[in-house]
Design a protein around this ligand. Structure first.
Ligand SMILES: Cc1cc2nc3c(=O)[nH]c(=O)nc-3n(C[C@H](O)[C@H](O)[C@H](O)COP(=O)(O)O)c2cc1C
Length: 210
């Protein structure tokens, strides 16, 4: 552990932050390389590329293979773009406006086979979204999640039925110039730290520090 990490452990009263470093070398490079950048060029991505992202999402595992994820998308330069961009908080609009596609991630609360509540509808949908993110990174795109949007307005504007949950929004785009980002965001355009894995796991029963 380097000096910076040691300091971070002390300052967070025992919870250690860790850089993605050589200790992660055994982790697949795609997973190591994924991070949520913001500098996008405003270029479009092709419909084929977009469909590949959704196909990757669709290959995720899910309870009863129910596949509860749903995606509503808006490509830039279409009439759907602005209403979806308007759902975002101003901070997110300030950089996501240069994306190529906005995606609202929705999940179906109930199983299709019996219409009973599915405990894992959000969990399954998160797995699908990570597939989409990793596929996007592998194709050289930026894929960035957002909870900073008006969930109630999204339900109304996107016409989401009551038995579906609005989970999150994502923007996908081609990488752009960091210097074109709002000044205060430029220094954030780097990989973020992680909690030390040792603080997140325990063998047998829950013995993890709260
Ligand atoms: C569901 C979800 C919501 C997020 N909401 C926002 C957001 O509103 N604005 C933002 O700039 N980043 C947002 N992020 C990005 C996170 O801040 C980012 O994933 C986290 O800091 C870890 O960084 P990394 O993805 O680069 O590893 C969100 C990510 C997820 C998965």
């Amino acid at each position: 552990m380097n000096l910076r990490n040691m300091l971070s452990c002390i300052l967070t009263l025992g919870g250690c932050a860790q850089m993605v470093d050589s200790s992660h070398n055994q982790v697949h490079s795609l997973i190591r390389e994924r991070h949520s950048a913001r500098a996008m060029s405003g270029e479009k991505i092709s419909t084929d590329e977009l469909m590949t992202l959704f196909k990757a999402a669709g290959l995720a595992q899910s309870s009863y293979n129910d596949q509860p994820w749903r995606f509503i998308y808006a490509e830039r330069e279409t009439p759907h773009w602005q209403p979806m961009l308007d759902l975002l908080v101003p901070f997110n609009q300030s950089w996501a406006a240069k994306g190529a596609v906005l995606i609202a991630v929705i999940s179906h609360n109930n199983f299709e086979h019996n219409n009973q509540f599915s405990r894992t509808h959000s969990f399954d949908t998160g797995a699908a979204m990570e597939n989409l993110a990793l596929q996007g990174i592998s194709m050289g795109f930026i894929v960035h999640g957002m909870a900073g949007f008006d969930y109630d307005k999204a339900r109304t504007v996107l016409n989401v039925p009551d038995d579906y949950t609005v989970e999150a929004m994502f923007v996908v785009g081609k990488p752009g110039n960091v210097k074109d980002l709002p000044a205060e965001l430029q220094s954030h355009e780097k990989r973020s730290e992680r909690k030390d894995v040792k603080d997140l796991i325990s063998e047998g029963t829950f013995k993890i520090k709260k």
